[in-house]
Ligand binder design. Structure first.
Ligand code: SF4
Length: 259
C-alpha cells in the first residue's frame, strides 16, 4: 500500500530508503570474520546477529531507517547523527564522526568506520591514513578542501577498531544514504570492503569489485561508483598502491567525462 507521505515525497522527487538485509547468513559470517582492511582473520561472536533478528525486529529496524530517511536537510541529518543511540556504539564513542570536505563536491569518498584519531577529532580520515588519502587525491587534482566530500559507513568508532557488525552497518546505513542524496555526487569512491559491499549490496571481494565502474541507485539517480582499497590497508601493503592509483585515475576519468 502506498501511503500519502510516500506520494508527497515521490512528487518532490525524494525517495525513501528501504535498506535490504545486509547479506545471507553465510556471507555475514564470512564478512565479520575477515578484516576488510587487511584480510586478517578476526574472532567475533556477533557474525550472524542480523540473521538472528526476528521478523518483527527487522520490521522495527526498517521503520527506523524510514524515519531517518525523512531527514531532508543537512541540519536535521547531522543533528540526528549527533544524538543517535540506534546501536551500542553510542555508549563507547567520544563523539560521532559525520563528515569532512565539501558538501557540493562531485566526488564522494566513503570509508568504513572512525578509528581512535577520528573519534578524538570528530573528523573522518585523519592521522596517517588520512594523510595518505589526501596525497592520493591530490595526485589526481582532488582535495577535501576544494572538491571532495568524505564520510564513513559508520558514524561511531567500534571499540578497539574491531570490524563493524552487520547490524551496526544496517542501523547506520540510512545516515549514509542521506549524505549521498544531499551531496548528489557524480562519482562515489568506495574505500574498503564494508563501504563497497554495503553500497553495492554484494558479497564479492574487493579484488573482484575494483577496476570497473559500478552504479549505485540513490533516490532517482544512478551514481557511478569506483571501488578501491582503504588507505589504512595501503599503509601496510605498499605494492597495492599502484592498483589504488589506477582506481583514482578511473574515478578522475569519470569526473572529467561528466563535466
Ligand atoms: S554507529 Fe550509527 S547507528 Fe550506531 S550509534 Fe553511531 S550514528 Fe547511531
Amino acid at each position: 500500500m502506498i501511503h500519502r507521505k510516500d506520494l508527497i515525497l515521490n512528487a518532490l522527487g525524494i525517495a525513501r530508503w528501504r535498506i535490504k538485509p545486509f547479506a545471507t547468513e553465510a556471507a555475514v559470517e564470512s564478512q565479520a570474520l575477515i578484516n576488510p582492511a587487511d584480510g586478517e582473520i578476526l574472532k567475533t561472536s556477533s557474525a550472524s546477529l542480523l540473521t538472528q533478528l526476528k521478523p518483527v525486529e527487522l520490521d522495527i529496524l526498517e521503520k527506523e531507517n524510514i524515519l531517518v530517511s525523512e531527514a531532508l536537510n543537512w541540519t536535521d541529518l547531522q543533528q540526528r547523527v549527533t544524538a543517535c543511540t540506534r546501536c551500542n556504539l553510542c555508549n563507547s564513542r567520544t563523539q560521532t564522526v559525520f563528515e569532512a570536505g565539501i558538501r557540493q563536491a562531485r566526488c564522494l569518498v566513503v570509508g568504513e568506520a572512525p578509528g581512535a584519531e577520528e573519534d578524538a577529532y570528530g573528523e573522518p580520515f585523519v592521522g596517517q591514513a588520512g594523510k595518505l588519502l589526501d596525497n592520493m587525491l591530490a595526485s589526481v587534482g582532488l582535495s577535501r578542501q576544494k572538491n571532495v566530500y568524505i564520510c564513513n559507513v559508520l558514524k561511531c568508532r567500534p571499540p578497539g577498531n574491531r570490524n563493524p557488525t552487520p547490524i551496526e552497518v544496517q542501523q547506520c546505513s540510512a545516515y549514509l544514504m542521506g549524505q549521498i542524496e544531499l551531496v548528489s555526487p557524480d562519482v562515489l569512491l568506495l574505500m574498503g570492503r564494508f563501504a563497497a559491499q554495503s553500497l553495492l549490496n554484494t558479497e564479492a571481494s574487493l579484488s573482484h569489485l575494483r577496476g570497473r565502474v559500478h552504479t549505485v541507485k540513490i533516490g532517482k539517480r544512478d551514481i557511478n561508483a569506483i571501488v578501491s582499497y582503504h588507505p589504512a590497508y595501503l599503509l601496510r601493503n605498499l605494492p597495492e598502491k599502484l592498483k589504488s592509483w589506477a582506481d583514482l585515475l578511473l574515478a578522475k576519468q569519470l569526473l572529467n567525462g561528466s563535466e
